[in-house]
Design a protein around this ligand. Structure first.
Ligand code: ADP
Ligand code: MG
Length: 226
């Protein structure tokens, strides 16, 4: 599905250059469930942003479904992003003044989906993540785990093939974290490719493949299940 070769990322320019990723080679197949681990500052979020076309690599090649998209322009990348990828973050990033269903339908506004269909799809997604009875709640009326479920429903509403979750359980207690991971396991079983960043072994243990970064290099890449 996705092939990264010799990916390098350097932030800044001139005399203030910060090299962050060095020669990353990574193949991701359809249907994989992957954890990216490694110490703080090792480049995990930078790599996730590049995988999700939120940021450009400085050098290297990127193939998506066999097509080299290394020199694609922002507009094409934005299209790929909207079509293929759902993002989930540690801090949820819900819009505080919008209720759950309006948060979930927000990406569909940009996609030009009519109002009635948007609401219908958003409600379906909230039911899917177990929040069918919370559609009218505002973010501050929801628990941390519920907020993350709303964020996951929002990530799913465009029917993406790939879910990228950067420390999705980083702000949650361990019981709630397990519930969120069970939900991601279920989505992966339904066919979604899922990549998460975590620094907790117990969270990575839910996945099938663990990639470890250190100082911007992949130092370990192992399958934990056949
Ligand atoms: P991780 O997610 O593993 O903690 P990051 O990818 O966020 O690591 O960051 C890797 C390194 O890149 C860190 O040293 C960080 O300070 C630096 N960095 C991240 N974003 C930027 C940026 N926009 N400009 C300059 N340096 C950055
Ligand atoms: Mg990070």
């Amino acid at each position: 599905m996705m092939k990264l070769s010799e990916i390098t990322k350097v932030y800044g320019n001139g005399s203030l250059q910060v090299p962050v990723l060095h020669g990353i080679d990574l193949n991701v197949e359809d249907g994989e469930f992957i954890a990216i681990m490694g110490p703080s500052g090792s480049g995990k979020s930078t790599l996730m942003n590049i995988i999700g076309f939120l940021d450009y690599p400085t050098a290297g090649t990127f193939e998506l479904n066999g097509e080299n998209i290394s020199s694609a322009k922002e507009k094409q990348l934005a299209n790929l992003r909207n079509k293929h990828i759902g993002f989930v973050f540690q801090q949820f990033f819900l819009l505080p003044r919008l209720n759950a269903v309006k948060n979930v339908e927000a990406p569909l506004i940009y996609a030009g989906v009519p109002k009635r269909e948007r609401t219908e799809r958003a409600k379906q997604m909230l039911e899917k993540v177990g929040l069918g009875d919370r559609v009218k709640h505002l973010p501050n009326q929801l628990s941390g785990g519920q907020k993350q479920r709303v964020a996951i429903a929002r990530a799913l509403v465009n029917n993406p093939t790939l879910i990228l979750a950067d420390e999705p359980t980083g702000a949650l207690d361990s019981k709630t974290s397990s519930q969120i991971m069970e939900l991601l396991v279920q989505l992966n079983k339904e066919g979604k490719t899922v990549i998460i960043v975590t620094h907790e072994e117990e969270i990575a243990a839910y996945t099938d493949r663990i990639i470890t970064l250190k100082d911007g290099k992949i130092i370990d890449d192992r399958r934990t299940r056949p």
